[in-house]
Design a protein around this ligand. Sequence first.
Ligand code: SF4
Length: 75
Amino acid sequence: MRLFARLGVGPVASRDYATWQAFFVANLPEDRDLWARYHALIVMHCKHLCRKRSPKCGECTLAARCLFARSERTP
Ligand code: SF4
């Protein structure tokens, strides 16, 4: 939720797990291996870059497409 809400992708106003799960189910092919890899990559990205209290937007390859990073640069 944190990563995608910051990116501005998905049901960003929701904090409901089921709502987010439904979003991913609707937008990804039904492929268990893909979902497992996707989940692992999200967890790694959030652990190393998109951290809860101190995101490392300056090191993030998603920064150019990220609403949070763009808003942080705007005075
Ligand atoms: S640019 Fe920053 S807020 Fe956006 S996904 Fe990367 S680490 Fe997270």
